[in-house]
Design a protein around this ligand. Structure first.
Ligand code: 13P
Ligand code: SF4
Length: 366
């Protein structure tokens, strides 16, 4: 992702936080029903307070798609989320990102060029006879171009809440499945389906045949692109063991982007929505150690003071790219909208959007 964030006029940086908040609230009132502000669960509170809708990446894109009367959609999240919203939005709706450098490093780890070359190598090196026998599945944390690549080849998008179901479907459609870009979500889902470990191979970017032999690849049923989320990589098996020693009745829940050695020994795993639901439904005095982004964990701590909620790791795990969206960026966007200028619009090219929509709709039908 190489978008250039325009400079914000220097006057904005002399405003106090309170002034920024007040002016955002005024602009929201002024733009009223023309505007919809969406916020992902990992966005910090200073922006979260202005959300009209909150949720995980897919829930937000879906709900936004069902609201046709809002002309301006501001997505407080990362780039791929705004792209998904644009793909599912109506043509008169404009989707914007507060800061154009709010990307997802994991999504950027799978480029269409590299993925196309991997497919070409599988055929040219004689692993498979036909590229169509390798069904592509992409996590929603991927570029629109990757979703289009997957849609064009009869594959599907998945999310952290339906990855197992989508993987099981894909295994019935072809000889092998190629899973992008998150190695860990792919492995955790394969393990949950009982696929033997020797049938799950990692494809390392930049190495011939992903660092595997033709024989290994012929034997494998699932190929995992070697992408990862640097936030979720910080949670370690030792953190799980430490909480169990400190607090024997603690419940440990982690996001499936964590490595499988953490997921396997946690009590539960699930998407951000699933984590929120689990804490919400738990009785007062429940004790939790949660392996996901810090802003969500701290929000749960504030919302449920009757429960004891901890971050699984000892140090802060923040999605630093999402945190590039700051209240001042939101105010700047709103001021421009009030003056009739749309800044930071995320627009997926129509041909890419049409193919990406196929892979998103495929997921919804599974
Ligand atoms: P969810 O779809 O579970 O909200 O996850 C998005 C994400 O980026 C997790 O790192
Ligand atoms: Fe991407 Fe990780 Fe941030 Fe999620 S938490 S948006 S996967 S970098």
């Amino acid at each position: 992702m190489s978008l250039q964030q325009p400079d914000i006029e220097s006057e904005y940086f002399s405003l106090s936080e309170q002034e920024i908040f007040l002016r955002i609230a005024e602009r929201k009132k002024e733009l009223a029903n023309r505007l919809l502000i969406l916020c992902h669960h990992y966005q910090q509170e200073s922006l979260f307070q202005f959300a009209d809708l909150t949720g995980d990446s897919l829930k937000l894109a879906r709900e936004a798609a069902a609201i046709h009367d809002r002309e301006f959609i501001i997505f407080c999240g990362v780039h791929f989320m705004a792209e998904s919203a644009d793909i599912l939005a109506r043509s008169h709706q404009k989707v914007m990102l507060p800061h154009l450098h709010a990307g997802c490093p994991m999504a950027d780890m799978a480029s269409v060029g590299a993925v196309s070359m991997a497919y070409r190598d599988l055929v040219e090196e004689g692993v498979v006879q036909d590229a169509l026998s390798v069904v592509p599945v992409t996590y929603v944390n991927s570029s629109a171009a990757i979703k289009a690549f997957v849609g064009e080849r009869g594959g599907s998008v998945c999310t952290s809440s339906n990855a197992e179901r989508v993987l099981a479907w894909a295994l019935t459609k072809g000889e092998k499945v190629f899973f992008f870009p998150d190695e860990h979500l792919g492995r955790n889902s394969a393990l949950a389906l009982g696929i033997p470990a020797d049938e799950v191979l990692v494809w390392r970017r930049g190495e011939l045949l992903g660092g595997n032999s033709v024989e290994q690849l012929r034997h494998a049923r699932i190929l995992l692109w070697d992408g990862y989320c640097e936030v979720h990589m910080r949670f370690l098996p030792d953190h799980v063991r430490r909480w169990r020693l400190l607090m024997p009745d603690v419940q440990i829940m982690v996001h499936p982007e964590c490595a499988s050695d953490v997921v396997q020994i946690a009590d539960r795993y699930g998407s951000t929505e699933a984590i929120i639901e689990a804490v919400k439904k738990s009785p007062a005095d429940s004790k939790w150690a949660i392996g996901t982004e810090i802003n969500l964990v701290e929000r749960l701590q504030r919302q449920y003071p009757d429960k004891e909620i901890h971050l699984l790791a000892p140090s802060s795990c923040q999605c630093s790219t999402m945190a590039r969206n700051q209240p001042v960026n939101l105010l700047w966007l709103l001021d421009n909208l009030a003056a009739g200028t749309v800044m930071n619009q995320i627009q997926v090219a129509p041909d890419v959007a049409a193919l990406a929509r196929i892979s998103l709709e495929q997921m919804l039908s599974i």
